[in-house]
Each structure stands twice: as structure tokens, then as C-alpha cells.
Ligand binder design. Structure first.
Ligand code: NAP
Ligand code: G4F
Length: 326
């Protein structure tokens, strides 16, 4: 039975990955931070086979202890301060968790090692936010980085550190340069879930409007369930590498809004949207569109869930959740 350690177990991707690996027969351990973390219950109820281990990406000794305890075959580093808007207000914390946290996890693996004939394999959650002010479209593995937020800068650090440990110590360390991926488990602070939840609440008469920032930004939005499958596939390869994971389609925030209101069969979406500059960022990433050709050819991976299916899935989930809460 393979053993996997997942950081970011309470996040969207951690929850998907926990289920995927358990279904594949792994013994799955999730790193949980803080005292009496309120999300512990959610993740263990969702996956009763999951075991939780204490640790924090800001604390190297806790990571060493976790790796020693779990003795993993594979480590998926999904933990981060992942909200771009907050990274402008808390840049130092973001650098610590999202940037230095990767280095600490790599060091923990290097210090503890692993069986000589079975070294630990590592996955790093890199991000399309690293492309920032894009130098070419679509973006692929060799597109230069130009991050536009403290979060993006921290991810570039974590990305290069992962490549450096692969080249310096021969660590089987892969990165997924993941474009935006969403789903019913997405946090309410991100624009997609804020929209589908808001539309569901408007449909139920619980809310009148949705307040948003820049509606012109374009994102390559996929489904998180598809993306964790790509992460697992790259860790199984004989040779570690870097892969862009994306759908190859881009849509504006406004298109997402239109689609969500269409799913709810509500006309005149403009009546329900309030624009507020407080939700705009000091520097914006205007356009993201990924070229996942390498993942398609080497991992036999492709996005399965379409943009329309994704928006509808998220809206219907929010409608059901909000109806239950009512
Ligand atoms: P998420 O839902 O925001 O989850 C973040 C996770 O990180 C949570 O489990 C959180 O735990 C944990 N975490 C935060 N600070 C920590 C710390 N100091 N020590 C240990 N864990 C900590 O993020 P996600 O959407 O699942 O994304 C997973 C990873 O992929 C992240 O690294 C993100 O930056 C990256 N990524 C995401 C996307 C996307 O579109 N979703 C795209 C590209 C890259 P708590 O619950 O305790 O706060
Ligand atoms: O949903 P968002 O906050 O996601 P963003 O900034 O693209 O970051 C996400 O994807 C990255 C991959 O590219 C990940 F690395 C990162 O961890 C995260 O998962 O914002 C999307 C777009 C932005 O252009 C933002 O300015 O939506 C725009 N937007 C407009 N109004 C808003 C809002 N975003 C949020 N969160 N809230 C608004 O009210």
C-alpha cells in the first residue's frame, strides 16, 4: 500500500486529492495546522480513511516530524496562502507560507530521506499566476514568468526551488503549473464561487446583488477534479518534470457571470451586479490561457469538464446548499 502525505488537506485540491488517492488504494495522511482546526471534522467526515498529522508550512521541525512519522512514498504540497487579493495586504505572510513553505517541505524530505531504493516523490502546486503580465499567448512550460502579485512572486520562488532540488539532489520533484481550477469545494472568496453562490442566493430571494471588481479579466477555468488527476499522473512518471495544466479555453469574468445567471434562468444579469473598486487589485493579471500539449502527450491527460458544465455544477451545488440552510 503506497503512502501519501498531502499538505493543504482542508483546501479545495487537498480534499479532491485525498479522495482520489484513497480510491486508488493509498494510505493517505493530511497535514493539518493550528490548534483544534475547525476544518478537521469536515475532511475526516468526507474521507474516513484519511489520517491527520500536525504540521505547519511555517515550521520546519513540524514538517520533519510529519515526514518521519508518515514515511511517505509521495508528498503533494498543496498548502499555501492561495488568495491573490489577500497577498497584497499580507505580503510577508504570503512569502513565508507560499514561498518559504516550499523550501521547508523540500528540506524536510531531504533531511528525512526515504528508503534508498524508494526515494520520496514530490509534487509542487505551481501556478499560472507566475505568468502574470503574459509574454506570449497561450502560455506553456517555457513562457517566461512575470508575476503581478506577492502571491505570484512567492509561487515563482517555490517553483524554482523545486526545480533546483531536482537538479541539485536528484529529488523526484515535479511541478504542475496549474491554471485556475474550480468546483463546489472552491472557497467563497474566489470569484467563481462568489458568483455561483451569489446567483443561487438571488434565486432563493436571500440576496439582492453581487458586488465585484474587474469583470474584464480572462481566465482559463477548469474543474479541480480533473486537475488533481493530472498531478497524480506526473508523480507516477519515471522522470520528474514541469507541466502546464489547463483547458485551453479562456473566458472573462463577465462571461462566467452570464453563464451562471443563464443556469439559474434569471434574465438581465446587469441588474444584479454592483461594481466596487475595493475588489480591484493594485496590479491585475489580464489574460491567462494555457497550452497543455505536454501534459496531453506525456501524461495522456486532458480536461474533461467543460466551462458550461463547470458553471452549472457549481451553481446547482450552491442552490442545493443554500436551500438546505434556508
Ligand atoms: P485553498 O483551497 O486555498 O487551500 C489552501 C490550503 O493551504 C488549506 O488547506 C490551508 O489550510 C493550507 N494552508 C494555509 N496556510 C498553511 C500553513 N501555514 N501551513 C500548512 N497549511 C497551510 O487552495 P487550493 O485551491 O486547494 O489550491 C491548492 C494549491 O494549488 C495551493 O498551493 C494554490 O496556491 C495552488 N494553485 C491553485 C489553483 C486554483 O485555481 N485552485 C491554481 C494554481 C495553483 P487551512 O484550512 O488550515 O487554512
Ligand atoms: O478568483 P480569483 O480570486 O482568482 P485568481 O486571482 O485568478 O487566482 C486563483 O488562480 C490562480 C491560478 O491562476 C491560483 F494560483 C490562485 O491561488 C487562485 O486560485 O480572481 C479571478 C479574477 C481576477 O482577475 C480578479 O480581479 O476575478 C477578478 N475579480 C473580479 N471581482 C474578482 C472579483 N476576484 C475575486 N476574488 N473577488 C471579486 O469580487
Amino acid at each position: 500500500m503506497k503512502r501519501a502525505l498531502i499538505t493543504g488537506i482542508t483546501g479545495q485540491d487537498g480534499r479532491h486529492m485525498s479522495q482520489l488517492l484513497t480510491d486508488k488504494g493509498y494510505q493517505v495522511f493530511g497535514l493539518i495546522r493550528g490548534q483544534n482546526n475547525p476544518k478537521s471534522q469536515i475532511v475526516t467526515q468526507e474521507n474516513p480513511a484519511l489520517e491527520l498529522v500536525d504540521g505547519d508550512l511555517r515550521d520546519l521541525s513540524s514538517l520533519v516530524a510529519a515526514v518521519e512519522q508518515v514515511q511517505p512514498d509521495e508528498v503533494y504540497n498543496l498548502g499555501a496562502m492561495s488568495f491573490v487579493a489577500l497577498s497584497f495586504r499580507q505580503p510577508e505572510l504570503t512569502a513565508d507560507i507560499t514561498g518559504l513553505g516550499v523550501l521547508r517541505m523540500l528540506e524536510a524530505i531531504r533531511i528525512v530521506g526515504g528508503a534508498e531504493n524508494n526515494p520520496i516523490r514530490f509534487y509542487q502546486a505551481s501556478s499560472s499566476e507566475m505568468f502574470g503580465q503574459v509574454r506570449e499567448t497561450p502560455q506553456n512550460e517555457s513562457t517566461p514568468f512575470h508575476p503581478r502579485s506577492p502571491y505570484g512572486v512567492a509561487k515563482v520562488f517555490g517553483h524554482h526551488m523545486t526545480v533546483n532540488y531536482r537538479e541539485s539532489y536528484g529529488l523526484h520533484a515535479s511541478t504542475g503549473i496549474c491554471f485556475n481550477h474550480e468546483g463546489p469545494r472552491r472557497g467563497l472568496e474566489f470569484v467563481t464561487r462568489k458568483i455561483t453562490n451569489g446567483v443561487a442566493r438571488i434565486k432563493l430571494g436571500l440576496q439582492d446583488t453581487i458586488t465585484l471588481g474587474n469583470l474584464d479579466a480572462r481566465r482559463d477555468w477548469g474543474y479541480a477534479g480533473d486537475f488533481v488527476d493530472a498531478m497524480w499522473r506526473m508523480v507516477q512518471k519515471d522522470k520528474a518534470s514541469d507541466y502546464v495544466i489547463a483547458t485551453g479555453e479562456t473566458h472573462t469574468v463577465q462571461e462566467f457571470i452570464e453563464r451562471a445567471f443563464a443556469a439559474a434562468e434569471i434574465e438581465d444579469w446587469e441588474r444584479y451586479i454592483v461594481k466596487d473598486p475595493r475588489f480591484e487589485r493594485p496590479a491585475e493579471v489580464d489574460l491567462l490561457l494555457g497550452d497543455a500539449s505536454k501534459a496531453r502527450s506525456e501524461l495522456d491527460w486532458d480536461a474533461k469538464v467543460s466551462f458550461e458544465e463547470l458553471v452549472t455544477m457549481m451553481y446547482e451545488n450552491d442552490l442545493a446548499e443554500e436551500s438546505r440552510r434556508r
